[in-house]
Design a protein around this ligand. Structure first.
Ligand code: SF4
Length: 367
């Protein structure tokens, strides 16, 4: 197939769905580890047309949702002394007492940006101000942040800093395998895999005997991925398969990985809902330390402080696939996209937001 329309061909899709449902004779739970997959599964109505034997749950694949509350509290603290440049989804996520949106309403200079480059531009255009970019995202967005820091160093920009919330997906998948979640297969994240390749999932498939299939985001991509997973489950295999070959190579994007390695080092990181996961986060290397907001403003984000979660918000359970959003009593009542209680309802890739948008506010037929 050469054109994007072909990946949504109804006849072909119907054939694959019939095949999947024919061979899905055992009950199984598949987890999609990517917020974009969560949205795509809803947008194309895929959850509704699968056999009742196949339960598809969302995992910790929304980068906004997994940022812990104490980090949001810290960026809110920074907003009192620096310009904050943030992606739009992060703007509304509640910390324990406030949000960046509320701080801006009170007078702080918080700006919504679309890329790391935008944040650097703000710093260059405002040399009398200190600008902090709230850098979040998985392996997909990290190369852009890394490249921006390389540029900032070359241009000797001394008023630009990043608050680094970048995280790595494979260690989070391992942590999920170590719990009692009973996941029978992973729909691996397509965007992340374009950077890291298919190789890093091999360890997960081997060690935890969980099949992994990388897929894209069109209907046939996702259906092909689910079909491959069910075939593996039926034959007791746990391999890594790549159903997104047009974008993902075995070793990924080596240039992007090199840029990341030059700027960042791997550290332990705290994830909302999953706790501290060894080797799952990134911090600025010593060579770029002058751009590290933690050092500059003397804040210690990696000291994990106990912060009370939003009362009644079950985002942690949502991110581990333990419950679905309609099982949260706040869903669609006290918590809506207009008045979100937790990040899963704020982010455009959040599971609660996806259920709210496509799931008819808690339709119990939706798994
Ligand atoms: S519905 Fe709202 S309160 Fe409940 S888990 Fe989702 S974001 Fe949290």
């Amino acid at each position: 197939m050469k054109f994007i329309d072909e990946f949504a061909n109804k006849e072909v899709a119907t054939g694959i769905i019939n095949q999947i449902n024919k061979i899905a004779t055992k009950k199984c739970t598949l987890m999609e580890v990517c917020g974009t997959h969560t949205m795509a599964l809803f947008r194309f109505g895929i959850r509704d047309i699968l056999s009742n034997n196949i339960n598809v749950v969302a995992g910790p694949g929304c980068p906004v949702c997994v940022i812990p509350q104490e980090m949001i509290d810290k960026v809110i603290e920074l907003a009192s002394s620096a310009v904050i440049a943030t992606y739009g989804d992060m703007f509304r996520v509640p910390g324990s007492r406030s949000s960046l949106e509320k701080e801006r309403a009170k007078g702080s200079d918080v700006r919504i940006i679309y890329s790391a480059q935008d944040a650097l531009q703000i710093a260059m255009q405002n040399p009398d101000k200190e600008v902090v970019f709230f850098a979040i995202g998985f392996e997909t967005t990290t190369p852009a942040t890394a490249y921006t820091l390389i540029q900032a160093k070359e241009k000797q920009i001394d008023n630009f800093f990043i608050l680094c919330g970048h995280k790595l997906i494979p260690p989070a998948m391992e942590t999920l395998c170590q719990g009692n979640l009973n996941i029978h297969g992973f729909i691996c994240p397509g965007h992340v895999s374009t950077i890291i390749g298919s190789a890093p999932y091999q360890e997960i498939a081997n060690r935890y005997k969980v099949p992994c299939v990388i897929t894209g985001f069109e209907p046939l991509d996702i259906l092909e991925g689910i079909y491959a997973l069910i075939r593996q489950i039926n034959t007791d295999r746990a391999d890594v398969e790549n159903a997104y070959k047009r974008a993902v190579r075995f070793y990924g994007n080596t240039l992007a990985k090199e840029v990341i390695d030059n700027v960042f080092k791997v550290v332990d990181s705290n994830w909302r809902g999953l706790g501290v996961i060894p080797g799952s986060g990134l911090a600025v290397r010593d060579e770029f330390i002058e751009f590290d907001a933690e050092q500059k403003f003397n804040i210690h984000l990696r000291q994990i402080e106990p912060v009370k979660p939003q009362p009644g918000c079950l985002c942690g359970d949502i991110l581990r696939g333990v419950i679905t959003p309609p099982e949260c009593t706040n869903f669609g009542t006290l918590c809506t996209p207009e008045e979100p209680l937790g990040p899963c309802m704020v982010s455009s890739e959040g599971t609660c937001a996806a259920y709210y948008k496509y799931g008819k506010k808690g339709n119990s037929k939706i798994k």
